[in-house]
Write a protein that binds this ligand. Structure first.
Ligand code: GTP
Ligand code: MG
Length: 512
């Protein structure tokens, strides 16, 4: 989305401020929308209780800052955003805020509510100097389908409110198996977040992937197969943009690996194979008193808490396989964990569309406000909202992506798949959309763009295409033209035809 489109929406928010100048609640809401347009993307981590949400969030940040124990804090929506100095603020339910101490223990942040209970705290804001938070605000949420209805309600009120857009622009939804509660939540999120456009802006993470094969070394392969199946599954496919297996504990441990832990793994790796295999056969065996290793039982328990039995087995195997330093080991463990796929997905599908996702949220919020509190003089604002929606190609892409995922596409199957890729369903980068390798040269790109334009124009103009199909084709053609201009190709036949594509708006350049 071009900066201008965000600017247009900011102008509409200003117009709304004048219309609602006498309504303090509406003004406060509008101020929040205005700020939201200029903040980083809000990405929430959600899922059922103990799905591994806080652990994955820590892995993404690369620090142990979200509490993963069973304490009070896991019941509170907690925001993690970038700031140069660390600061933690609790926002109280009745209004007002208190500063909480920044305390660490063994490298992990300890969130201390200072005498307040979780019920008294509406949300916690953690400002933290981590580079990974510069472009994304991460939000940890209490587990849905909790034993405590109030805890679940906190998350559903936050992510799927009934009278406002979701507080999150996109979510990482963690699940261990698909459960009825997961499907119900994702449906509610899709409907709330998307409003009329039904945008799909959630990705499913098949979490705690190391436990899937009982911690056997091939667990992650089994997890990958299950994730594949879920990805093809009709139900999840219409609710999430993908399904990625991830071993969060392994990723968190790897990204925060300490020298003493590396030394412990090196010690295990140096044992003869038979001894090591027997020792690591189960958690029970590993924590039995034994003279075969210099590690105390307490040290072994600590390794299990940090890495799980799978992580310990893998780390020992990786050291034997040649990881000579803690950073080499950390890198290899991260590579196995699935974290990089998650990071890549977030970058390709969410961050590159950040402006469009935020814009959509604010457009939806303004529309809801106008519906809920109609007043004279709103006609120009309504027209403005319609104009921005129709003119923003990025918003059209988001809507079409959802349409292709959730409804009968009205296109031959191969075209539907190609359309999805071209509008960014497999990633927003130009070459990915064209289905070309990273190394593709200009001539190859040019040729592909030409062939695609010829194909999609013919389809648009075919007498067999009805209005709906022609509209889809036009969005796709506009996307191809956007890619051509982004990649600096498209001399020959692309230029003039742009005129017959009525959609205005800049090329799909993403929101960076
Ligand atoms: N083996 C294994 N254990 C994990 C993994 N992720 C989390 N755990 C463990 O599962 C427990 C819960 O993890 P959390 O990250 O706190 O889960 P959560 O979803 O945030 O839990 P709530 O906020 O209480 O709903 C902790 O004991 C973690 O160590 C994983 O990938 N593998
Ligand atoms: Mg948690």
């Amino acid at each position: 989305m071009s900066g201008d489109a965000v600017g247009d929406i900011a102008d509409l928010v200003d117009e709304a401020r004048e219309l609602y100048a006498t309504d303090a609640a509406a003004l406060e809401q509008l101020d929040r929308y205005a700020r939201r347009l200029h903040e980083p993307l809000r990405l929430a981590v959600a899922g059922m209780v103990k799905a591994g949400k806080s652990t994955v969030l820590n892995a993404l940040i690369g620090e142990q800052i979200a509490p993963t124990d069973a304490g009070e804090c896991t019941r509170i929506v907690t925001w993690y955003r970038y700031a140069r100095t660390a600061r933690i603020t609790a926002h109280l339910v009745g209004g007002g805020e208190v500063r909480l101490p920044v305390t660490r223990s063994r490298g992990a942040l300890v969130l201390d509510l200072g005498g307040y209970t979780a019920d008294e705290v509406a949300r916690i804001d953690v400002e933290w100097p981590s580079e990974s938070l510069r472009s994304t605000i991460l939000i940890d949420t209490p587990g849905i389908a909790s034993l405590s209805q109030e805890v679940s309600d906190r998350t559903t009120r936050f992510l799927t409110p009934s009278t406002a857009p979701s507080e999150a622009d996109a979510i990482l939804y963690l699940l261990r198996h698909i459960h009825g509660s997961d499907v119900r939540f994702l449906e509610a999120f899709r409907d709330t977040a998307a409003g009329g456009s039904q945008t799909v802006n959630a990705v499913a993470l098949l979490s705690r992937a190391d436990e899937i094969g009982s911690g056997r070394i091939d667990s992650l392969l089994s997890a990958a197969r299950i994730a594949d199946r879920y990805r093809q599954d009709g139900e999840l496919r219409s609710l999430a943009l993908g399904c990625i297996p991830v071993a969060g504990l392994l990723a968190e441990g790897a990204r925060t690996l300490r020298e003493d832990e590396f030394a412990a793994f090196a010690g295990l790796a140096s044992l003869d194979r038979g001894t090591r295999d027997r020792m690591l056969i189960s958690v029970d065996r590993f924590t039995r008193p034994s003279k075969k290793t210099a590690l105390s039982v307490a040290q072994r328990r600590a390794l299990l808490a940090r890495f799980g039995i799978f992580g310990v087995r893998l780390a020992a195997a990786l050291v034997r396989g040649g990881a000579r330093t803690s950073s080499e080991l950390s890198e290899r463990m991260v590579a196995q964990s699935g974290l990089i796929d998650v990071q890549q997905f977030v970058a390709d599908q969410f961050r590159s569309r950040a402006a469009a996702l935020k814009a959509r949220t604010v457009l939806q919020g303004l529309t809801m406000l106008l519906d809920e509190k109609p007043r004279p003089g709103t006609a120009p604002l309504i027209a403005g909202l319609e104009r921005v929606t129709a003119n923003s190609h990025d918003l059209r892409e988001l809507a079409l992506l959802a349409q292709l995922r959730t409804a009968e596409p009205g296109l031959p199957a191969a075209d539907a798949l190609a359309a999805e890729r071209l509008i960014g369903g497999s990633g927003a980068a130009g070459l990915v959309r064209l289905g070309l390798p990273d190394a593709a040269g200009t001539a190859e790109v040019d040729e592909r763009v030409d062939a695609l334009l010829t194909h999609w124009r013919a389809l648009a103009e075919s007498p067999l295409s009805d209005r709906a199909r022609t509209d889809v084709c036009r969005v796709v053609i506009r996307s191809i033209e956007g890619i051509a201009s982004e990649l600096g190709v498209g001399g020959r036949s692309h230029g003039p035809a742009a005129a017959d594509v009525v959609l205005a708006g800049g090329p799909a350049e993403g929101g960076r």
